[in-house]
Ligand binder design. Structure first.
Ligand code: SF4
Length: 436
């Protein structure tokens, strides 16, 4: 019997939600479906989704093709208009078992209608089922039927969704709605389920993770959640945090990071730029100096910490001097794992209406930033030669270190296990390790 064929774009949140959709589709009798879970962060991500849809239709002419995800939420009509698609689901509907049952009915030619007490989705005038409700009306985050991630050694657990900020370049809030948190007891249950399913590492993920708890009763923050998870699931060896906002991180989190070796020494920072004028025009909540101070402080608390960061190159109005400040930030903060995006104007965002930097300049600056990150990575790797590290073997011959580095290891080392290796070299992108 077929299993749903899921094509996932974008972030860990989408990867986690694809796992939930697999179960909903199977339960609704849509095991033969092709599901494209899209991303809207850049124009390129949307172009790739359309390309994947056309390719999937050619490869699977008989199977129902369903489009969902942030690009479907923000631009559903465009995907419904594609001859290759059979249905479009919004980001609330994709995680709703009832919506999948309705969809199965609709695809078997029953009339499409809104699922029970949920707000009526905007119906696009096609005979295709298009179920997209107002994402800003979403208030709650319910636990998803996911106990582990098939085919992965590390499990993602969604603890937060949506965002209340409105950075001027960002379309995410329009795809995912306002911030909402999964209650602590549900997070603990999901982490325990992932550990019981055999995952030695869990990654807590969300859109604006550091806002976790703000919408829940009480004053709990991300640090409290992390401390509670580590206490409640002592058998979990490795807990990792996906991405944080330096302006919002709480003191408890930093204390746990300083004291708890099961919290991985790897922080991915949503910095975006290293120039104060650009940060202001992005409507970010931190300054350049705050970012540098934060990294220095965390390094003092947890010397083995390694930072990653999101950076945008060529944001509107960015001059060579402003870009130089962002480039220098890579060194000033010691940023190793860089996710660099040439600015991509998103329809409807304020930044799309600002004076644009030529696309070629943005791409060239992105290349320069990536090169600076690789220099930091080489320096880190050189400093680790001869060290013994605990790594999680992710697939034959490849493991993940606690600081997020990829380590090439002997194929004989068992997948899914945490082993000790001695670092013998590197190729600038990955470390080499032998069993210690
Ligand atoms: S914090 Fe800003 S960049 Fe991040 S999701 Fe929210 S609006 Fe987008």
């Amino acid at each position: 019997m077929n299993a749903p064929h899921i094509i996932t774009f974008g972030c860990r949140l989408n990867a986690f939600e694809s796992e939930a959709m697999r179960r909903h589709a199977e339960a609704a009798g849509l095991s033969n479906a092709v599901i494209v879970n899209t991303c809207a962060v850049t124009a390129e991500a949307q172009r790739q989704a359309r390309q994947a849809i056309r390719k999937a239709r050619r490869s699977h002419p008989e199977r129902p093709l369903i489009v969902t995800g942030c690009a479907a939420q923000t631009d559903g009509a465009a995907f419904a208009a594609m001859p290759e698609t059979d249905a479009v689901l919004g980001n609330v509907e994709k995680l709703n078992a009832k919506a999948w049952r309705r969809l199965a009915q609709a695809l078997s030619h029953a009339e499409c209608s809104p699922p029970g007490d949920e707000p009526a989705p905007a119906v696009v005038e096609t005979e295709k089922p298009v179920m997209i409700s107002d994402i800003m009306a979403a208030r709650r985050l319910a636990p998803l039927p996911v106990a582990g991630m098939s085919g992965r050694t590390r499990a993602f657990v969604q603890v937060q969704n949506g965002c209340n900020h409105r950075c001027t370049f960002c379309i995410i809030p329009f795809g995912r709605g306002n911030a909402r948190s999964l209650p602590m007891e549900d997070v603990i249950a999901q982490v325990r389920a992932a550990r019981n399913a055999g995952h030695r590492e869990v990654v807590l993920t969300g859109v604006d993770l550091t806002s976790w708890g703000e919408d829940l009763p009480g004053q709990a923050r991300l640090g409290d959640l992390v401390a509670a998870v580590l206490k409640a699931v002592p058998e979990l060896e490795r807990l990792r945090i996906s991405s944080i906002d330096v302006a919002e991180i709480d003191e408890t989190f930093l204390n746990v990071l300083a004291q708890e070796e099961r919290l991985m020494p790897h922080l991915h920072l949503s910095l975006q730029a290293g120039d104060d004028m650009i940060l202001k025009r992005m409507k970010r909540r931190h300054s350049r100096a705050q970012a540098v101070d934060f990294c220095a402080r965390v390094r003092a608390l947890r010397p083995d910490v390694v930072f990653g960061a999101d950076l945008i190159a060529g944001f509107p109005t960015e001059t060579e001097e402003m870009f130089a400040n962002t480039l220098q930030l890579v060194e000033d903060c010691g940023l190793v794992w860089l996710h660099v995006f040439p600015f991509s104007p998103r329809p409807g965002t304020p930044a799309a209406r600002m004076p644009q930097v030529p696309a070629a300049t943005a791409r060239a600056r992105a290349q320069t930033l990536r090169a600076a990150g690789e220099q930091q990575k080489r320096a880190l790797f050189d400093s680790l030669l001869g060290e013994t590290m605990r790594v999680l073997v992710e697939r034959p011959g490849l493991a993940r270190a606690e600081n997020h580095a990829e380590v090439m290891v002997p194929e004989a080392l068992p997948v899914g296990e945490i082993v000790r290796v001695r670092i013998t070299g590197h190729d600038g992108m990955r470390l080499n390790g032998v069993a210690a």
